[in-house]
Design a protein around this ligand. Structure first.
Ligand code: ATP
Length: 268
């Protein structure tokens, strides 16, 4: 019985319509994943190599994981998700075997997506553990370079520390497409609010446009958590309350300590 039982083939249930904004990113992701599978002739005719993998990078809570899951759901591809740190913790002493096993599973389930979340852990764990990050990185690169055998397997990775990613991972034929997942702009925040509002009982005092403005600088995750918190504040007032009011949202907003700082955005 191997630790790899832990790496499940997931069928996420996240749809493009669950994601506020990000239309341009969604289009590029679709291309990167669908074209190698469906447009083989065009690549051959033009004499270019299909992209192998995509690195999603950007500040925390801004929909990288959500995008990866929606991509799997909407393309109907099988989805294997692995968190970078798990490669060191969960599979102590057998990290390299774990990497091989992930790719074996993905090939068996092709067409499929392997999603490496927090891929920067490969670098930051370097030298720390006996299952050194270097060896795990090397086995990952070896698997990615196995061109024919990787047919039908798309690699997605995500990080909010692109500055520490080993450049070997981003060479052609590896994670050769970089996609910046930016914090939501006003329109995206408005859409995220609308997606939440559709599930919520709201008082007439709640003003969508005002909240779209007031959430400036928030990550998508924070916009969602403001909605949740507003609901909790309403329940604090009375568990029998019928609807969430504007003042609950404003109180939730003023209680929020924003995660994305100006200095953090300098990485990107
Ligand atoms: P991290 O780098 O911290 O892993 P992430 O970029 O992968 O973050 P997600 O896990 O995709 O972020 O987002 C966290 C949560 O925030 C989502 O589950 C969702 O509820 C919400 N969220 C973030 N961005 C959006 C968006 N554009 N539309 C709808 N929900 C969003």
């Amino acid at each position: 019985p191997s630790a790899m039982r832990e790496v499940f083939l997931e069928t996420p249930k996240v749809f493009w319509s669950d994601i506020g904004g990000q239309a341009d990113i969604i289009r590029r992701l679709k291309e990167a994943v669908e074209w190698p599978l469906t447009q083989k002739e065009s690549f051959e005719r033009l004499g270019i190599v299909p992209p192998r993998g995509v690195l999603l990078y950007g500040p925390p809570g801004c929909s990288k994981t959500l995008l990866a899951k929606a991509l799997a759901t909407e393309t109907g591809l099988n989805f294997l998700a692995v968190k970078g740190p798990e490669l060191f913790n969960k599979f102590v002493g057998e990290s390299e075997r774990a990497v091989r096993e992930i790719f074996r599973k993905a090939r068996a389930a092709a067409p499929s997506i392997i999603f490496f979340d927090e891929i920067d852990a490969l670098t930051t764990a370097r030298g720390e553990s006996e299952a050194g990050g270097d060896r795990v990185l090397t086995s990952l690169l070896n698997e990615m370079d196995g061109i024919e055998s990787l047919n039908g397997v798309v690699i997605l990775a995500a990080t909010n520390r692109p500055d520490v990613i080993d450049s070997a991972l981003m060479r052609p034929g590896r994670l050769d497409r970089l996609v910046y997942v930016r914090p939501p702009d006003r329109d995206a925040r408005r859409q995220i609010l609308l997606i939440q509002f559709a599930k919520m009982a709201l008082d007439d005092s709640v003003n969508l446009e005002e909240l779209a403005d007031a959430t400036e600088g928030c990550s998508g995750a924070e916009v969602v958590s403001i909605c949740q918190e507003a609901g909790i504040l309403a329940m604090n007032e009375s568990v029998d309350i019928a609807a969430i009011r504007r003042d609950h949202f404003l109180a939730a907003l003023s209680g929020l300590r924003k995660n994305i700082t100006a200095s953090m955005l300098e990485y990107f």
